[in-house]
Design a protein around this ligand. Structure first.
Ligand SMILES: [Zn+2]
Length: 240
């Protein structure tokens, strides 16, 4: 009987040690996903932008690790609080989900999505909440190629009916500011680019909270564009 108990103990020890060894590479890989779930206040805008660039590179190269940050242990760590290191204002387009294209998991990025990545008081309030109360040091206004909301604005000359009309009229200033181009596809891209720029400017023009945080150096705002073909996010107006 004693012999059996000893054998059982040996077997259990071997099993537990085996498990510990098996999980070691995964733990190392997770640690390599730099600064996961670090409080945002500890991260500079430069580091935040670098994390986004690194994540996008993993996505482009199809070497994603972000799902590790959706593990049960991560969910439990985040149940009581969050400290996302960046705020992403992006389009609702189903091909541009920020968590995937930046290869992130739970609690890492605060995402505000709306067709045409435009702003209104509710969108601004959401960004203010993340910047002021969660301490995120970076906002990225992320547009994308061949945006349907921008196309609709071009096709209706900035005047559409109903609720979609609200989105179109928010993009209309970019349409007016864009130089004419007989090539419709190129013209749409021009309006996409102009819209990204105008939205960035309106964040501080229309929000006292964001303007103050930016003035104090606690918040940086950058712009970027997503390429639907190769999956790359290119920073347009970066950190100065
Ligand atoms: Zn879009």
């Amino acid at each position: 009987m004693k012999k059996f108990a000893a054998l059982l103990t040996l077997l259990l020890t071997a099993l537990l040690c085996g498990n510990a060894l098996a999980s070691e590479p995964a733990a190392k890989e997770h640690a390599a996903h730099a600064g996961s779930h670090e409080p945002a206040a500890k991260i500079t805008p430069e580091q935040a932008l670098q994390k986004l660039a690194d994540g996008n590179q993993r996505y482009v190269q199809q070497q994603m690790t972000g799902t590790k940050l959706c593990a049960l242990s991560e969910r439990q760590k985040l149940a009581g609080s969050q400290a996302p290191y960046a705020i992403i204002l992006s389009c609702s387009d189903s091909r541009v989900p920020p968590e995937l294209i930046f290869d992130e998991g739970l609690g890492e990025i605060f995402v505000v999505r709306v067709a045409g990545n435009v702003v209104d008081p509710i969108i601004l309030g959401s960004i203010e909440y993340a910047a002021e109360h969660l301490g995120s040091p970076l906002v990225m206004v992320l547009g994308h190629e061949r945006c349907g909301a921008v196309k609709a604005t071009v096709e209706t000359n900035g005047k559409a009916e109903g609720n979609i009309g609200s989105i179109v009229s928010a993009i209309a200033p970019a349409l007016k500011a864009s130089p004419k181009n007989d090539d419709k596809a190129l013209f749409v891209e021009g309006v996409v680019n102009e819209n990204i720029k105008l939205v960035k400017n309106s964040l501080t023009a229309k929000s006292k909270v964001l303007a103050e945080l930016a003035k104090e150096g606690k918040l940086k705002i950058v712009t970027a564009k997503y390429d639907l073909d190769d999956g790359k996010v290119t920073v347009i107006d970066g950190l100065k």
